[in-house]
Design a protein around this ligand. Structure first.
Ligand SMILES: C[S@@+](CC[C@H](N)C(=O)[O-])C[C@H]1O[C@@H](n2cnc3c(N)ncnc32)[C@H](O)[C@@H]1O
Length: 287
């Protein structure tokens, strides 16, 4: 049962009970790994001093705090997320950083009644691929933007383009009998892999001037940790991580060896660097 009005009970459960506590525990490593993609997205979108920004699916808040620094004391950022444990971590980080222009709200962004026309920018780093009804969700986010203001977010391209996830998943799949989702558009990290579909979703939600560009980069998987620590990190993430927590010790050992073999070719002096590919979408609420 969801403790907030939600159209996404399965995601609510997943991000509060399964993935959220893990993300909160590993947030420093995750942020080191994906911060370059979020930072570059902010650079390209252009975040101005004094702006009011909504950070959708803000998780443990690294982007919310970065946005708060960029908009400065005259601006304000609201981080919205469906996961209570991740928001707790975000609030702690904001306190620690002394950033008073960032606040957080526990909400399902698909249905939450955000203040109408209150934001100059809706931003997200990998937080918008989990809606049961993406058109309804983006129409809801559009209402929160002032007319003429922008939406900008990053989402993953297909798994095949993301060796940093494909290789570990392929390595453990035979041990855990993991099946790919039967619906490739079902809420999940790769739901927005088809850029044409996402463009249609944004247009159907009422956005104009929809533009997409590819961001193909190498990521420092595990945030620059040793090969063995990076294996340990990967084994805790995603559906495979959840399945492995329930698995017998010999299966976990076999999985660790298989993932180590799969990522060892990418070890460098500064850590494990692997190919990743995201889309950067930008769109405007028509004036
Ligand atoms: C892949 S994580 C990304 C977190 C964060 N943006 C980052 O880059 O570290 C996806 C986030 O979206 C949040 N989320 C999923 N569905 C949501 C919804 N309907 N409303 C608000 N947040 C949602 C999850 O709780 C999670 O924090």
């Amino acid at each position: 049962m969801s403790d907030i009005p939600s159209a996404n009970p399965e995601q609510h459960q997943y991000w509060n009970e399964t993935a959220g506590p893990k993300w909160a525990q590993l947030s420093d490593v995750i942020d080191t790994q994906i911060a370059p993609l979020g930072g570059e997205a902010m650079d390209r979108i252009g975040v101005g001093a004094g702006q009011r920004v909504l950070d959708v699916g803000c998780g443990c808040g690294q982007t919310t705090l970065e946005l708060a620094r960029r908009v400065g004391a005259e601006g304000a950022v609201l981080g919205a997320d469906i996961s209570r444990p991740m928001l707790e971590s975000a609030r702690d980080r904001a306190l620690e950083a002394g950033l008073r222009n960032a606040r957080f709200e526990h909400s399902d962004a698909q249905v939450h009644p955000f203040e109408a026309e209150a934001f100059d920018l809706v931003f997200s780093r990998f937080g918008v691929m989990f809606f049961s009804d993406p058109v309804a969700a983006f129409a809801n986010l559009l209402r929160a933007l002032r007319p003429g203001a922008r939406l900008g977010f990053v989402c993953w391209q297909a798994l095949a383009q993301n060796a940093w996830m494909l290789r570990p998943m392929a390595a453990v799949a035979p041990l855990l009998s993991l099946q790919p989702p039967s619906d490739p558009h079902a809420p999940g990290p790769f739901a927005f892999a088809d850029a044409d579909r996402v463009t249609r979703i944004l247009r159907d939600a009422g956005f104009g001037s929809v533009a997409v560009e590819g961001m193909e980069r190498e990521l420092l998987v595990g945030g620059g940790a040793s090969l063995d620590d990076t294996v340990g990190f990967l084994l805790q993430m995603g559906p495979a991580g959840a399945a492995l927590r329930e698995a017998a010790e010999d299966v976990r050992n076999k999985a660790a060896a298989a993932v180590r073999d799969a990522i060892a070719p990418f070890e460098t002096e500064v850590g494990v660097r692997m190919p990743a590919a995201a889309w950067l979408f930008q769109a405007t609420r028509p004036a």
